[in-house]
Design a protein around this ligand. Structure first.
Ligand code: NIG
Ligand code: FE
Length: 382
């Protein structure tokens, strides 16, 4: 096997190829060099769908679900997302930062260098601002590039019960423009579902995002199919996420709009879903598939992206190549950042991971073993 070399300058990759063909300008022995001993290197991993910032946890609801209650029943009884909203509103910024930091450290230890974080547990201006500020601060304090997504339309807050129209007004006319003006929003997401927001309400949020020039994504076809994907593709959504109830017509719409399918095996597993996302259809129409943790207190309390690779292979029968693309190049596309992340190529960020494995299949094979040895982000060893 021939040795490879990566040349890094100013945080980016400037050359990559066989070491034997290193251009003379980079062969200067005075330049700093790191020998990784012939180990495998991949792009830094990208977790493109997380709800990492929130207060408390929902271990009590987990017990209820084990006793037979469904995720939807718990939500209808005033638990679910709304119980995390209560805990998040009560927590101050410092405490939210500390709680999320522990989860973030676990992700980073496995080679995550880019991360999407959604709001959606504040559900009022101050609460959503607090979450997004914490997400930005995490990106400043840790060696990770954070992209924020505004998910004000995640659930109807208790004080707006029966007044969904008015809440959507607040989201579109107040929260979205204000928080965007404060530089806190990179994309906009909606939970379009029978226990979330209707297609008509979701459409208003997507329109408001579009008017501000913000890209959109969607929690779609997780529990039922109410037309979320076809609404999202009409707005050229970056991604639609979950997708257990996706139809062929939805997949065709995704093909036309270039929308990424984000699959979330952690949520599928944790809510004991039995219906699988239609992998064959996604493959047949050549839809890029990304994978993410969906790290959240209700449906996917996980902080391991490597475990998601394992679950996507075992539960969804994805191939090793598919899951590796799912947390690199396709994940970058799902957050609209494929020019910068997700591939080892000159011109992209020097974000990569050195693994202690004999083959890349081991990244999906182990569950619980972490073979991550060195993480480089923006050209610096973290
Ligand atoms: O991605 N589906 C909606 N949102 C989250 C769950 C949030 C929660 O239960 O707290 C999800 O599954
Ligand atoms: Fe989610």
């Amino acid at each position: 096997m021939l040795d490879a070399a990566i040349v890094v300058r100013d945080g980016g990759i400037v050359w990559l190829g066989y070491e034997a063909s290193l251009p003379p300008e980079f062969a200067d022995p005075a330049l700093p060099r790191h020998d990784v001993g012939g180990r495998w290197i991949t792009p830094g991993l990208i977790d493109c769908h997380t709800h990492l910032v929130y207060g408390g946890n929902r271990a009590d609801e987990f017990a209820l679900r084990l006793a037979g209650a469904s995720y939807q029943e718990i939500a209808r009884r005033g638990g679910g997302i709304v119980s995390t909203v209560r805990a998040t509103r009560l927590a101050d910024e410092e405490s939210l930062f500390e709680q999320a930091a522990g989860r973030l450290e676990a992700l980073l230890a496995e080679g995550v260098t880019t991360l999407e974080i959604k709001s959606g547990y504040g559900l009022n201006l101050d609460g959503e601002r607090k979450m997004l500020r914490v997400a930005r601060r995490l990106g400043q304090h840790y060696p990770v590039t954070v992209y924020t997504t505004f998910l004000g339309a995640h659930a109807l807050p208790p004080e707006y019960q029966g007044r969904a129209d008015e809440y959507i007004n607040l989201v579109c006319d107040v929260m979205l423009p204000r928080l965007h003006g404060e530089g806190l929003i990179d994309a906009v997401d909606v939970f379009c579902e029978n226990i979330g927001f209707s297609v008509a309400h979701s459409e208003r949020v997507l329109k408001a995002a579009q008017q501000l020039g913000l890209p959109v994504k969607m929690h779609a076809e997780q529990l039922s199919n109410i037309g979320a994907t076809q609404l999202a593709t009409g707005f050229n959504a970056l991604s639609v996420d979950h997708l257990e109830h996706l139809s062929e017509a939805d997949v065709i719409a995704m093909q036309h709009s270039g929308t990424v399918a984000v699959l979330l095996p952690g949520a599928y597993y944790f809510v004991r879903e039995t219906r699988q996302p239609p992998l064959d259809l996604l493959r047949r129409y050549g839809i890029p598939m990304a994978l993410a943790t969906d790290s959240n207190p209700g449906t996917s309390p996980t902080t391991s992206l490597l475990l998601m690779l394992n679950m996507a292979c075992t539960l969804f029968r994805m191939t090793v190549a598919e899951v590796l693309q799912g947390v690199t190049i396709h994940a970058a596309q799902a957050i609209g950042q494929s020019a910068r992340h997700g591939l080892l190529e000159p011109g992209r960020a020097a974000d990569f991971v050195v693994w202690s494995v004999d083959s890349l299949a081991e990244l999906a094979y182990w569950s619980g073993l972490n073979p991550c040895r060195i993480v480089v982000r923006g050209g610096c060893i973290t």
